[in-house]
Ligand binder design. Structure first.
Ligand SMILES: NC(=O)c1ccc[n+]([C@@H]2O[C@H](COP(=O)([O-])OP(=O)(O)OC[C@H]3O[C@@H](n4cnc5c(N)ncnc54)[C@H](O)[C@@H]3O)[C@@H](O)[C@H]2O)c1
Ligand SMILES: [Zn+2]
Ligand SMILES: [Zn+2]
Length: 296
C-alpha cells in the first residue's frame, strides 16, 4: 500500500509499505476512503512533536471501510463505513472511565504519533469498538472527516474551554480549519463580535463567510493595537489561540480583557512566556490543556 511517511524534521515521503495486519483481538483494519492534514501534522514536520519518530506513517483523521476485524470486536463488521477518532480509547482504563480518553493508558493520541496513522491506504485501529463510529447512510462524506479532530477540537478546546457566552467579543487567532471550527461553533453561544486574526487574507475571507464580524490581518505586527481599538480599549472576553507559535499566544495575552478567558488550542514546539507580571491581577482564566477528547 502507499503511505505518507515522516522522515525526520522537514521531510516526508510517499512510500510503498506493507499493509497493516491485525495484532490484537480488539483491532480493526480500515481501508481509508478519506483523510486530511491537521495543523499538528505540520508541527510534526517542523520537528515540534518529539514523540513522532522517523518512519512513522502520518495522519490521525479520516473515514474508511472496515476490511477486517479481530475476534474481540463486537460493534463493527466487515464492510461498515466508519469515522476514525483521532483519539484511540480502550474504554476501560481509569482515564477512559473519567471521560478523558486522550489520556487513555493504552491509547490516547497514538495514530500518526506513536503508531502508524491514517495517511495511508490502510490503517490498524486498536480498540476498534471504542475508537470508531459508524457513519450513518447518506451522511456527507467530506463533512464527516471534520469530525475526527478538527470540529470537536475547535469546539471543545476553543469554545468550551473559552466558555463563550452571549454578548462576548471573541478573538480567534488563526483561521486554519481548527480556528474556523471554533468560529463556527462559537456561534452556538450568541457572541456579539467574532474577530478573526490571521496573516493570510484568503483565510480571513473564508472566516468572513463562516461568520467573523471583524477581520484582522496581523502581518503588520499591529494586531493587538487594532483589536484594543476595536474593543474601546477594553480587550476581548475570550481569546482563542489556534496557531501554536509564541507570537500568537503573546497576542492573545495582549488583547485579553479583565475577567477574560484564554483558550489555547495550538500545539507549541517552543516555550512561550506567560505574562503573569501583567495578568496576575486581571482575573484571567486560562486553559492551556486540551479537553478530554482531543489529540495532541
Ligand atoms: N489541542 C488539540 O487537540 C489540537 C488538535 C488539532 C489541532 N491542534 C493545533 O491547532 C492549531 C491549528 O490547526 P490548523 O489545522 O487550523 O492549522 P493550520 O496550519 O491550517 O492553520 C494555522 C493558521 O494560522 C495562521 N498563522 C500562522 N502564523 C500566524 C501568526 N503569526 N499570526 C496569525 N496567524 C498565523 C496561518 O496563516 C493559518 O491560517 C495547530 O497548532 C494544531 O497543531 C491542536
Ligand atoms: Zn489533529
Ligand atoms: Zn483507556
Amino acid at each position: 500500500m502507499k503511505a505518507l511517511v515522516y522522515q525526520g524534521p522537514g521531510n516526508k515521503k510517499l512510500e510503498e509499505m506493507r499493509k497493516p495486519l491485525l495484532r490484537d483481538a480488539t483491532d480493526a483494519i480500515v481501508r481509508m476512503t478519506r483523510t486530511t492534514i491537521c495543523g499538528t501534522d505540520l508541527h510534526i514536520l517542523k520537528g515540534d512533536v518529539a514523540t513522532v519518530a522517523a518512519g512513522r506513517v502520518l495522519g490521525h483523521e479520516g473515514t474508511g471501510v472496515i476490511e477486517e476485524i479481530g475476534a474481540g470486536v463486537s460493534r463493527f463488521h466487515k464492510g461498515d463505513h466508519v469515522l476514525i477518532s483521532c483519539i484511540t480509547a480502550c474504554g476501560k482504563c481509569g482515564y477512559c472511565r473519567r471521560g478523558m480518553p486522550s489520556h487513555c493508558e493504552s491509547g490516547g493520541w497514538i495514530l500518526g504519533n506513536t503508531i502508524d496513522g491514517t495517511q495511508a491506504e490502510f490503517v490498524r485501529i486498536p480498540f476498534a469498538d471504542t475508537s470508531l463510529y459508524l457513519i450513518p447512510e447518506n451522511a456527507d462524506a467530506d463533512a464527516m472527516v471534520m469530525l475526527s479532530d478538527i470540529l470537536p477540537t475547535g469546539y471543545e478546546c476553543g469554545v468550551l474551554n473559552g466558555a463563550v457566552k452571549p454578548g462576548d467579543t471573541v478573538a480567534i487567532v488563526g483561521a486554519g480549519p481548527v480556528g474556523l471550527a471554533a468560529l463556527l461553533t462559537a456561534q452556538f453561544f450568541a457572541p456579539a463580535n467574532l474577530i478573526a486574526i490571521d496573516l493570510d487574507d484568503n483565510r480571513l475571507e473564508v472566516a468572513k463567510q463562516f461568520g467573523a464580524t471583524r477581520l484582522v490581518n496581523s502581518s503588520d505586527g499591529r494586531a493587538a493595537e487594532r483589536i484594543m481599538a476595536l474593543t474601546g480599549g477594553k480587550g476581548v472576553e475570550v481569546a482563542i489561540e489556534a496557531v501554536g507559535v509564541a507570537a500568537t499566544f503573546e497576542l492573545c495575552q495582549a488583547i485579553i480583557g479583565p475577567g477574560g478567558h484564554l483558550a489555547n488550542i495550538g500545539v507549541h514546539g517552543a516555550s512561550v512566556t506567560l505574562h503573569l507580571e501583567k495578568l496576575w491581577s486581571q482575573n484571567i482564566r486560562g486553559w492551556w490543556t486540551p479537553l478530554p477528547r482531543q489529540c495532541s
